[in-house]
Write a protein that binds this ligand. Structure first.
Ligand code: ARG
Length: 463
């Protein structure tokens, strides 16, 4: 049977059953119970300090809420759909347990500032967990990068072999993407961490409240400056949704490379058994499912971002029920990103790189052609002319099925008399990568320094 709703005083008819199911949110917002209880205790303590609640009432409220919290934790709490959401479920149960004091809790407050508070507290904790999972993944990657500082692999543009690079350099490129994602999370956290409490329904309240006191107790960095805005905007959820979508897009790009690298065609990498699956029909198969799932799940996190943007679009001030739709996309993005980061770091600890396969692949496709052109420039040939000379030498090598460093000196000299016997020094893969020895370059020496710097930055995070 449907329960009497706390707001139903002026209603003479019961809520339609279809409406009740359509409008309930407790099936998903029950997750906010810890934040809801914490926020309620802070609010009640402030009311007591302001002389609005008696000490006794506050004591009953705090005790009652803590008991409810531990019941929920034990799975001994009966959630009711007809009580709509987490807020009314907890408040109704509090009143059932402690009587009138429970009915006084909602003084000077509305579910509008209450839910905004809960969401900000929940998101703040989630950001902290995700940031620490991010740090974990980055540590794993930076560690790998240091070990692979001298491992030569093909560098690609347009997926065509372009110039040799080092694997450590490639891994550190991933780390840079994730580093910016981490910064974005921290930046978003600043704007999440502001207290809406006291905005009440939309206009504030006539009680002598102390907004700074509740903000301090809840660890907020400040209070929302405008009550209408405080209950209305969910831009802080959207910002997180965007940061989450970008994290997943980055993980998806890395995942795509792992899928390519683990295929028979390249054989650069072998993923650990614990993170792959087999096929029920093809006994030889070992599939890179984690990477594929990350790639696939990036779609839903981007979708969640679009959903959040559309929830906000078209809402006049102040609170509208549309905002209830912010929760499922947010929760889903938080869960997906956190799980994705954790499984990805675990998977990376069991990755084996096949250095010889990478080296062999790096040798194909004349990847040191640019080095030959640069050699000619150093001998006084203008770069555009050098480019033409090398193109003709590459053409010759391709016809004779030779690698550049196998083309005889006499043949090279037919194309340019600036070429001497020392040319072979620059045509090796090792020479090519070692020459790119500047900040941000792929030389093993630079990669070692860059990996050390990155490790130090992670250390300074202290997470
Ligand atoms: N469940 C609602 C939400 O998530 C709580 C706020 C309801 N406020 C209201 N005036 N109906 O937004």
């Amino acid at each position: 049977m449907s329960q009497k709703k706390p707001w139903a005083g002026r209603f003479s008819e019961d809520t339609d059953a279809l409406m009740e199911t359509f409008s309930e949110s407790v099936s998903f917002d029950w997750r906010l119970y810890r934040q809801d209880i914490r926020g309620s205790i802070a609010h009640a303590r402030m009311l007591q300090a302001a002389g609005v609640l008696s000490e006794e009432d506050f004591g009953d409220i705090e005790r009652g809420l803590r008991e409810i919290e531990s019941d929920i934790e034990r799975g001994a709490f009966q959630w009711s759909e007809s009580l709509e959401d987490v807020h009314m479920n907890i408040e109704a149960e509090l009143t059932r347990r402690i009587g009138d004091a429970g009915k006084r809790l909602h003084t000077g407050r509305s579910r509008n500032d209450q839910v905004a508070t809960d969401m900000r507290l929940y998101l703040r904790e989630g950001i902290d967990r995700i940031a620490s999972a991010m740090t974990g993944l980055q540590r794993t990657l930076v560690d790998l990068a240091g070990k692979e500082a001298g491992t030569i692999m093909p560098g690609y543009t347009h997926m065509q072999s372009a110039q040799p690079v080092t694997l450590g350099h490639h891994i550190l490129a991933w780390n840079e993407m994730l580093d910016r994602d981490y910064q974005r999370l921290l930046d978003c956290r600043e704007r999440v961490n502001v207290s809406p409490l006291g905005a009440a329904a939309l206009a504030g309240t006539g009680y002598p409240i102390d907004r700074q006191m509740t903000a301090d107790e809840l660890g907020f960095g400040g209070v929302c400056a405008n009550s209408l805005d405080a209950v209305s905007d969910r831009d802080f959820v959207i910002e997180f949704g965007a940061a989450a979508a970008l994290i997943m897009v980055h993980l998806s790009r890395i995942a795509e490379e792992l899928v390519l690298w683990s295929s028979e065609g390249s054989g650069f990498v072998e993923l650990g058994d614990a993170f792959c699956t087999g096929s029920s029909i093809m006994p030889q198969k070992k599939n890179p499912d984690v990477a594929e799932l990350i790639r696939g799940k990036s779609g839903r996190v981007s979708g969640n971002l679009v959903a959040l943007l559309m929830v906000m679009k078209g809402q006049p001030l102040a609170y509208n029920r549309d905002n209830q739709e912010d929760k499922e996309p947010l929760f889903d993005s938080m869960d997906t990103v956190e799980a994705g980061l954790r499984v990805f770091s675990a998977m990376f600890t069991q990755v084996t790189f096949h250095r010889e396969a990478m080296y062999r692949a790096a040798s194909r496709g004349h990847p040191t052609a640019t080095d030959l052109a640069d050699y000619l420039v150093r001998k006084g040939v203008p770069f555009r002319d050098a480019h033409g000379v090398v193109a003709r030498i590459v053409d010759h090598a391709a016809r004779d099925r030779l690698q550049l460093e196998q083309v005889p000196l006499s043949v090279m000299q037919q194309h340019s008399d600036a070429i001497g016997a020392d040319v072979y020094d620059v045509l090796t893969l090792e020479g090519s990568v070692a020459s790119r020895n500047h900040v941000g370059g792929t030389a093993p020496e630079q990669v070692t320094i860059a990996a050390e710097n990155a490790a130090r930055r992670l250390q300074e995070r202290g997470a």
